[in-house]
Design a protein around this ligand. Structure first.
Ligand code: HEC
Ligand code: HEC
Ligand code: HEC
Ligand code: HEC
Length: 270
């Protein structure tokens, strides 16, 4: 009995599959709505003077073409496309406005900065979600500094370095939020400096940190997007090291092997 039914059953299944295949082919295929019939494309280069449909700007469907036809095909961006990012209107910054750095703000800024770094001088983690991690995306907000929604994007303190996320870690993806991904390490960084040394009260303080990755002084010490409390009173100055002495030791400018009597790394952590 079962032996006789099996071929019938199989025939039914195959029959339904074949019918379904043709029903599927004729049904549910989206009809291209945006093609205008006119062969507007200059296609004189195509073999045999082939023409194919141009694309209307409002209702764009890109017609499929062969690889050979791609260079001449109407595949450009839609009408609304802008090649460069439109800058949001930014508040004007007065370089010569009087600055009164406050100690309380400086302490608060120091706390935020420390919370994003494994140790002093480490690249800060990215404190916001990033969907697009290309350099251009980061650069759009962090090259000049961008103010939006009450936040300000800090200016890069270093020159342009490709591959931002090589050093700046983005937040973990959703499933790994809260997962303990820390790696045990006995490394301890130097304490963050509080202030530079002064020859006398009123003298320009020395730079209490290395200049590595901090070439753009006004990224932190003033300018429109500097850190509150860390502003200098003279952001208009152009050559900071004219008055503020850098430290060869902190900059590790002289190898210790050459000058063995170099004092140990010293940071005023007062
Ligand atoms: C839409 C603008 C925008 C884009 C794009 C953007 N950021 Fe930011 N970023 C900000 C803002 C605003 C802050 C400040 C957030 C805060 O203070 O809470 C910030 C903070 C940071 C900080 C912390 C700075 C510090 O010193 O504390 C880092 C690092 C950073 N972003 C890196 C990146 C990287 C890398 C990318 C690209 C993958 C990127 N950002 C893309 C706006 C942006
Ligand atoms: C080779 C590693 C490296 C790369 C690549 C890199 N950075 Fe940095 N970045 C650093 C370090 C280190 C600091 C911290 C400087 C400090 O605080 O001493 C820093 C600081 C910053 C800051 C914070 C300045 C502040 O206010 O404290 C921003 C913003 C930033 N980088 C953005 C970027 C962007 C955007 C890119 C890509 C175009 C990028 N960085 C590429 C290492 C890197
Ligand atoms: C990534 C941020 C950052 C950059 C860029 C940076 N600094 Fe600093 N600087 C600090 C921090 C943090 C301190 C610690 C004291 C403080 O909070 O003001 C400091 C302290 C100083 C001080 C001592 C201030 C005082 O009150 O004694 C001087 C002077 C100084 N920096 C000069 C410079 C110069 C010059 C440059 C450019 C070559 C520079 N800094 C770049 C973050 C930065
Ligand atoms: C013509 C010399 C000179 C130049 C150039 C100069 N500074 Fe200063 N800076 C001083 C003096 C003097 C003080 C001490 C002011 C005081 O104690 O009242 C000072 C103080 C500071 C402080 C400590 C906070 C404050 O204002 O007291 C910072 C931070 C600082 N300067 C950063 C910078 C940065 C960043 C630049 C480059 C944009 C720069 N300075 C260029 C002379 C200079």
């Amino acid at each position: 009995m079962i032996k006789r039914l099996t071929p019938i059953l199989l025939a039914c299944v195959i029959g339904i599959a074949v019918v379904g295949y043709f029903v599927g082919l004729s049904d549910g295929v989206p009809k291209p709505a945006g093609l205008s019939g006119a062969g507007a494309l200059e296609a004189s280069w195509l073999p045999g003077g082939e023409h194919h449909a141009s694309v209307s700007a409002e209702n764009k469907v890109v017609p499929a073409v062969t690889y050979g036809q791609i260079p001449g095909a109407a595949m450009g961006p839609t009408a609304g496309f802008q090649a460069s990012a439109k800058m949001l209107p930014q508040p004007a910054y007065d370089l010569f406005a009087e600055v009164h750095p406050s100690e309380a703000e400086k302490a608060e800024s120091g706390k935020i900065r420390a919370s994003r770094r494994a140790y002093n001088g480490a690249p800060p983690v990215i404190p916001h979600a990033v969907q697009n991690t290309t350099d251009a995306a980061c650069y759009a907000c962090h090259s000049q500094g961008m103010r939006l929604a009450g936040l300000k994007a800090s200016v890069m303190s270093h020159p342009f370095l490709a591959n931002c996320t090589q050093c700046h870690a983005p937040p973990p993806p959703e499933p790994f939020k809260g997962a303990d991904t820390g790696v045990q390490s006995s490394f301890v960084g130097l304490p963050a400096p509080k202030a530079g040394k002064r020859a006398f009260p009123g003298a320009p303080p020395t730079i209490p940190h290395s200049q590595w990755m901090r070439q753009n002084c006004t990224a932190c010490h003033g300018g429109p997007n500097g850190w509150a409390g860390m502003e200098s009173t003279h952001p208009w100055r152009t050559n900071c090291t004219q008055c503020h002495a850098p430290s060869a030791v902190l900059d590790q400018a002289i190898p210790a092997a050459v000058v063995p009597m170099l004092p140990p790394l010293e940071v005023v952590a007062e």
